[in-house]
Design a protein around this ligand. Structure first.
Ligand code: PLP
Length: 408
């Protein structure tokens, strides 16, 4: 047997299968109520619209170019559609500022590659999107906790980065309905982050994967929009905005995008030429076809369903959870974040929950760059109907109450 570890690059040492993913593989059993997957409900996919789109493409003269190689920047009409869509939320840009990726996950990989030399520091919220940590890990960074309440000075970040032999390069966050907490960053915190980024002279990576999934409350301008307003135009901004069609149309087509100043876009194009040349031509055309004919109606449809599920989950948590558990009350997205009393372990609870109550969720510690806060859980309401949500939370409340009693 070859000793592969000796030959693999050092960057591969941080690529590990998570124990949670292994546990979640057990979820195929049909009798499990799952709040684990952070995925859209397939019943809501606009499958008829996609059937029409592909059928139109195959019955038109466009079929040749749809099946052909294409440019690395992405399909121009789709970039034009995105530029118009983001303009509605204050992101004033040209289609040239829009770069298509194979899902917004690819954007995270490219941005990690573009900014992080080994030992550089990435600022991330505690907790943060697990897939961002996986994407950045390959570039061997250190992580430092991004504080959004302004209680850390720029020097504190700089000193921590210098101790580990690198520089702070960017702050990564989701401002709206984050994965995993469902929380939204308020306007003052967005402004503070822009000021901090100015002082540190770093980029801000704004992950807007859930941007369109607001169910109530007032929309807050994206950090990118605030940056453009401050700087008088996108070319002077330090924010890099990534978006996705995965949560609104369908993730299987793998179409996401980045909006940024041209020097960033030009580098991303070179990276894409080296990595996969371009995202799927036909899928980009199909996404543009469906988005330009019915994006708003599709978003209205999924918001109506998910908001009821969110309400059902919050109501069930109020009804069944013990008093010493707390949770977020998200205004959008797909997640509620539950915090249990100190000392409890979400991974242990998951094993018990699957075995005895047949309810699944994701233990929270995987979302912390330092693996802390084992007493947290991520619960997704996107794929269960209201009756299942009530039943699942009832069982989970029972299990958690008895675990708390046993620990007392
Ligand atoms: C916060 C966040 N960013 C990015 C992604 C990646 O999504 P996609 O590559 O499908 O656009 C996800 C997927 O769950 C996510 O939750």
């Amino acid at each position: 047997m070859l000793d592969w570890e000796q030959i693999f690059a050092t960057r591969s040492s941080r690529m590990r299968a998570s124990e949670i993913r292994e546990l979640l593989k057990l979820l195929d059993q049909p009798d499990i109520i799952s709040f684990a997957g952070g995925i859209p409900d397939p019943a809501l996919f606009p499958d008829v619209a996609f059937k029409e789109a592909y059928s139109d493409i195959f019955s038109s003269a466009q079929v040749g170019s749809a099946l052909q190689y294409s440019v690395s920047e992405g399909y121009k009409p789709l970039r034009e559609w995105i530029a118009r869509d983001v303009a509605k939320i204050g992101i004033d840009c040209t289609p040239d500022n829009v770069f298509i990726t194979s899902g917004s996950q690819q954007a995270l990989d490219y941005l990690g590659k573009l900014f992080l030399s080994p030992n550089d520091t990435a600022l991330v919220t505690w907790p943060t999107y697990l897939g961002a940590l996986s994407a950045f890990n390959a570039y061997e960074p250190n992580y430092d906790q991004l504080s959004l309440n302004g209680n850390r000075t720029p020097e504190a970040y700089r000193d921590t980065a210098a101790k580990t032999g690198g520089a702070v390069k960017f702050a990564y966050l989701s401002a709206d309905f984050s994965n995993p907490t469902g929380e939204t960053i308020d306007l003052a915190a967005r402004e503070r982050l822009l000021a901090l980024a100015d002082e540190l002279d770093i980029a801000i990576l704004e992950d807007a994967a859930y941007q369109h999934l607001r169910y109530d409350g007032e929309a807050i301008p994206p950090i990118m929009a605030l940056d453009i307003a401050r700087r008088g135009g996108i070319e002077n901004t330090r924010t890099i905005y990534s978006g996705s069609f995965s949560k609104t149309l369908a993730p299987g087509l793998r179409v996401g995008f980045v909006v940024a100043a041209m020097p960033v876009i030009r580098k991303l194009v070179l990276m894409k030429q080296a990595a996969d040349l371009h995202s799927s031509t036909i899928n980009q055309i199909a996404i543009e076809h469906v988005a330009s004919r019915g994006f708003d109606a599709q978003v209205a449809k999924i918001r109506a369903v998910y908001s009821k599920r969110r309400d059902a989950m919050l109501a069930a948590l109020d009804k069944y959870m013990p008093k010493n558990a707390t949770w977020t009350r998200p205004e959008g997205g797909m997640f509620v974040w539950v915090t249990l009393p100190e000392g409890m372990d979400g991974a242990e609870l998951l094993a018990k929950s699957i075995a005895t109550e047949k309810v699944a969720f994701v233990p929270g510690k995987a979302f912390y760059a330092d693996g802390s806060n084992a007493n947290t859980l991520r619960m997704s309401f996107s794929c269960a109907d209201e009756a299942m949500i009530d039943e699942g939370i009832k069982r989970l409340g029972r299990l958690i109450s008895s675990a708390i009693r046993a620990a007392a």
